[in-house]
Design a protein around this ligand. Structure first.
Ligand SMILES: *Cc1c(COP(=O)(O)O)cnc(C)c1O
Length: 432
């Protein structure tokens, strides 16, 4: 459920016509719905209400300061994977005491910064990292709260590129090694065993893998209890899927009910790290149809958004729904259209790469100058964008009812090379 709906054949973001947003702010343009985001936040909070818990929004899905501040105000915590993300959370008013820090390759300065900010927990992903955190904590004269991110070797049954809980994946600590490392942590003066963590993959459309993983974490939890190590939280990671096409993922409530049922008799808090499920359907990407062209084999719909703005189709071959801002009547159809007034198009961007596409084989009734919307673009859209082909990053707006707020200005060309330097005796030209 989201707040991007048609009224009289025109697509709206909450109470604003998206063609008006495109006109006012230009394209390509990310548009977010605050009501949708808040609805998703509440769903997770309510799903876990029966138990001590912390919902840690996975910042990498969308790290916009405006969205982070809405999330922080709701009382949610955050899962970060870099110093930059932690700084963003703090900048957006988030409390470090509700931040957990994941990732296989934390640098020493990042660990030091995280400890200096007194974050809730560092999720450790290797034995070497454990010693590094201990060293840094000792130097700083404090005790670092840690969890081991274990790799439960559970198949998330998702796309191979976003599966993270198998032995062949770089993530986490082998399950067999976990109790040995917890024993080490228990005797360390500078480490405190705060939790057990896992994150097995993304875009999971069934609850079964997470239950399998939870059972493994519970067996470890009990094993640790027996040797006198009492951790305070079990973190089941993120990974709940969303509907891009015809997927039918469980609701947060259904997804978490089974986890809660298994943990209800244990004196332990539940943490989770949702990213995609929180923001994907809270955002769309608007793009202008620049040109239509056809050859004997295909029709191309060339738009002004590219893989630099939204890389999921090019990177993972992800299917994303592309819909017109204005639904044209089938009587108003171009030559060669089907009975519904549609032609079959590849929707492609301006970047000089054959893989620069947003969608293939799409039935659309469009004209040059029409606006298209890519749905489900709120997660792993803007955060994965790049300047490839020297294209400035998109503007982004957040809609709240009938009001729209620019939450990121469209990048200026000059800002793309602001940090670059030429050799001393080069000549340079400024634009006015
Ligand atoms: C990416 C990531 C998440 C979020 O995954 P989603 O599929 O977006 O919910 C959670 N935890 C960790 C450690 C991650 O790397």
């Amino acid at each position: 459920m989201d707040h991007f709906n048609y009224k009289d054949n025109e697509l709206y973001a909450e109470d604003i016509k998206v063609t008006d947003l495109a006109k006012q702010y230009g394209t390509p343009l990310y548009v977010y719905s605050k009501a949708t985001l808040v609805r998703h936040l509440r769903a997770f909070e309510e799903a876990l209400a029966a138990k001590d818990h912390l919902v840690c929004y996975a910042v990498k899905a969308n790290s916009s300061l405006a969205l982070l501040s809405v999330i922080a105000q709701s009382g949610c915590g955050f899962d970060v994977v870099s110093k930059g993300e932690l700084m963003r959370v703090i900048k957006a008013g988030g409390s470090p005491e509700k931040v957990i820090y994941s990732g296989v390759g934390k640098r020493e300065d990042e660990i030091e910064f995280a400890l200096s900010q007194k974050i809730k927990c560092l999720n450790i992903e290797s034995e070497s990292e454990m010693y590094k955190v201990e060293q840094v904590a000792e130097r700083m004269g404090l005790v670092a709260p840690v969890a081991l991110r274990v790799n439960p070797n559970v198949d998330a049954k998702t796309h191979p590129s976003i599966s993270t809980g198998l032995k062949k994946n770089k993530f986490g600590i082998a399950f067999e090694d976990a109790s040995r490392l917890y024993r080490y942590i228990a005797q360390s003066k500078h480490l405190n065993a705060s939790g057990i963590d896992c994150h097995i993959g993304s875009q999971m459309t069934s609850g079964a893998p997470i239950i399998e993983a939870t059972d493994k974490l519970i067996s470890l939890y009990k094993e640790l209890l027996e040797i006198g190590i009492k951790i305070d939280h079990i973190d089941i990671g993120g990974g709940l899927g969303v509907t891009y096409n015809d997927e039918t993922p469980p609701s947060p409530y259904e997804y978490l009910a089974a986890v809660i049922a298994r943990l209800k008799d244990f004196d332990v808090a539940i943490y989770c790290e949702p990213g995609r499920a929180m923001v994907a359907n809270a955002g769309i990407l608007l793009t202008d149809v620049l040109y239509l062209k056809s050859n004997t084999e295909r029709n191309f719909c060339i738009v002004d958004a590219a893989m630099g703005d939204l890389i999921r189709p090019a990177l993972y071959n992800s299917w994303m729904n592309i819909i017109p801002a204005l639904k044209r009547d089938k009587s108003d159809a171009l030559e060669g259209s089907d009975a519904n007034g549609n032609r079959l198009y590849d929707v492609v961007g301006p970047i000089c790469e054959s893989d620069d596409f947003l969608g293939k084989d799409r039935h659309l009734n469009v004209r040059e100058g029409d606006i298209l919307a890519v749905r489900g673009a709120g997660a792993y859209g803007s955060t994965m964008s790049s300047n490839y082909n020297s294209r400035p990053l998109c503007a982004e707006v957040l809609v709240d009812g009938s009001k729209a707020f620019v939450i990121r200005e469209r990048q200026k060309e000059e800002d793309m090379w602001r940090d670059e330097r030429m050799l001393e005796n080069s000549t340079s030209h400024d634009f006015s």
